[in-house]
Design a protein around this ligand. Sequence first.
Ligand code: PAF
Length: 282
Amino acid sequence: MKIITSIKDMQRYAQQLKSEGKSIGHVPTMGYLHEGHLRLVHEAKKDNGVLVMSIFVNPLQFGPNEDFDKYPRDFERDERLAENAGVNVIFYPGAEDMYPSKVLSVTVKVNDRVDVLCGKSREGHFDGVATVLVKLFNIVMPDKAYFGMKDAQQVAVVKAVVEDFNIPVEIVPVKTVREEDGLAKSSRNVNLTGQERQQAPAIYESLQLAEKAITNGEYNLNQIKNKVKDHILTNTDGKIDYVEIYSYPELKPVESMRGDIIVAAAVRFANARLIDNITLSL
Ligand code: PAF
């Protein structure tokens, strides 16, 4: 497995792979790998000649009071896990190379799908995600890039970014990977206390209750959202950031219970904010 830290070297290598007719799969990550990332690698390996994983904790997508400093980092562990999973190249740039000047002369501003869910509670977050991904796609030059559906809003936003900017990369969404008790795998789970970790599966349980209610014909959105909130509040010490139901991937209010919808929740614990969702085709 190659480790490339320089942007120029990565671009040169991507160009060489292309000239050899090899397709490039890209798994963009912020490191501290878990099985969710490894599932993305597994999917990417099926379809591509060479698999590049980028590891970069992107400061631009964290707000001033968010967990950029606390975000878990362990490159040696990531290196081992990536190599065992069959990653061919880790692209591991420094922040000073990705953002050489203090004031960025150009950033991407996302205008649609960001006034709801995580975009509403994390102002500017998706501008940071979109900016770093446009840069990473220009550096790694992937044919396909893989994203977990735990961040379903991110998947919807990234698809719009590549469409609007005509970036020739296919965005491949991959199903959320869960612990045995249902908790969605996340790098942030390590920041839960023992007790919070015991409580956290209630988030997915609450979404399953919503799914059951909807499939049993409950179409009153407030009733469904209250069911989800009650379950979270009764079973965890977390504070609900949001519980919402929207059309997916448009992320617009649901007018009739038809088509594809998302039921999404975000819950704040002492040192970790967890998100989860289910998408349903009605
Ligand atoms: O999902 C993530 O880990 C990040 O948002 C991403 C896509 C790597 C961009 O920094």
